[in-house]
Write a protein that binds this ligand. Sequence first.
Ligand code: NAP
Length: 242
Amino acid sequence: MKYALVTGGSRGIGRAVSLKLAAMGYCVVINYASNHEEALKTLEAIQAAGGQGELLPFDVANTEQCVSVLEAWQEQHPDDYIEVLVNNAGIRRDNLMVFMEPEDFFKVMNINLMSFYNVTRPLLTKMLRKKYGRIINMASLSGLKGLPGQTNYSAAKGGLIAATKALAQEIAAKRVTVNAVAPGFIKTDMVEGLDEKALSAQIPAKRFGEPEEIAALVGFLASPEAGYINGEVISINGGLYT
Ligand code: NAP
């Protein structure tokens, strides 16, 4: 069995990515923070489509917990390894910098950026030893362009993009690729409360994207065919960022 881990797989983009990877033949390890009910829905959707998956809740911001949970997973699967990792879990806590509380700045940094180290590091050795792996990081338009009201989120996603490029160069020779996807506005819980009509008017495609459109790109980057794409950041935003 081939395994893929999707952090934040309980909802939104992570759910669509989990379904896509399961359709590609992966047993998908669905990570989430606390929303067991939604995570179960992802798993049931995978199973209903004839695929396989398992649930693995842990806090991607907690370094020790990531190590202990992922080591325990490996012990329970001694003959397998996670060959596709999608670092997707994320939150936003928007505010103008002058009003931003330390908790909102550091929480966003920890869940969106420090998680990259926390989750990737424990899985990397196996990928390198097996000489095959795919790491896909969920960045954002905000990390490329910088968006007002998102100094925390832009910093985290910008850092994730830089880390993607650095790690890609470290490990490319081992046939492990590291790429980032930078979505614009995608219809998930994360954009609830935003004025979709007003924002859509500014998007050349005149609409928000669907999670499945992001999943299609992640699926390609996760495939063997994408083996020569490395250290890239691919925008998927309806033409918003040029
Ligand atoms: P979402 O619908 O709000 O889902 C967020 C997911 O992250 C949930 O599965 C959640 O788990 C998980 N999560 C949050 N904190 C976590 C933690 N500490 N440990 C483990 N899992 C955690 O968000 P989304 O829109 O699908 O976003 C997915 C990714 O795409 C994020 O990195 C986001 O920054 C990025 N992105 C989204 C958009 C957009 O427009 N939607 C645009 C650009 C980039 P629970 O269900 O347990 O809470």
